[in-house]
Design a protein around this ligand. Sequence first.
Ligand SMILES: C[S@@+](CC[C@H](N)C(=O)[O-])C[C@H]1O[C@@H](n2cnc3c(N)ncnc32)[C@H](O)[C@@H]1O
Length: 277
Amino acid sequence: MNDRAQKHHVAPPSDAATNVIEGDASTILEDWPESSADLVYLDPPFNTGRAQTGRAGTYADRWDSAEAYRNALRPVLAQAHRLLKPTGSILLHCDWRTCHYSRLELDGIFGEENFVNHLIWAYGLGGSSPRRFARKHDDILFYGRSTSYYFDPPMVPATSARMRGELKKATDVLQIPAINNMARERTGYPTQKPLALLELLIRACCPAGGRVVDPFCGSGTTLVAARALGRRAVGIDRNPEAVRIARERLERLEQVGRGADSAPAEVGAGSSAVGPD
Ligand SMILES: C[S@@+](CC[C@H](N)C(=O)[O-])C[C@H]1O[C@@H](n2cnc3c(N)ncnc32)[C@H](O)[C@@H]1O
């Protein structure tokens, strides 16, 4: 992820509520102070082997080998570890292509004892195949910086007939629709994640007023969700199109509030039309 990057210094995050920085994640994070983040959420390219293109942007998503991909991601994970407070945690968003390797990387950097969850984001989208079970989920690997990590269990609508209308603690399978074609939050940036997913994760893993870092922020979903929930947020992306979109979304949020950007948070089963990665 940093193969073509040049070293340049970018000031560490100030106390400003939100910041979006253009550049390479691993080199930028090097200059930031340790123990300064409550949550690092990363949604890097998934190594699909092809460019990801949407109406409002495109980014490269191909490495020559699985090893090259791992070598590019490792320094960002190591910096995330350094950046986190002892009560902090990391959420790495990936899929079947790299999840197995990433779990081993995180075991190595964070320690096996700090593994917390392998979350499944079940988005229920896309076609089927006559040759295998249809792939309908992404993976989110959750590790604490120590065993004293912050966690506030999220509540979601119960689905059983007995508990209809009530809330229950979320399981490790998060059923949240991918972004609908008609959704107001849709920016046209490829592989944009839904606000409902990020809101659930941030509420659970970052205390009110805490700082969230997203080294691959894309259209800024994490930053918008964090700000709407009263957390501070810093995003990095090397793609100027992503940085522009993320800044515009944040400006809109400051002007008119979360309603301007989003469809209401839906958690549970539902249909969807825009693919994750
Ligand atoms: C999967 S997308 C993130 C989507 C984002 N979560 C959203 O909701 O819009 C991955 C992003 O990582 C960025 N990226 C790839 N390599 C990077 C690097 N070395 N440093 C910073 N950003 C990088 C790409 O430009 C792309 O915007």
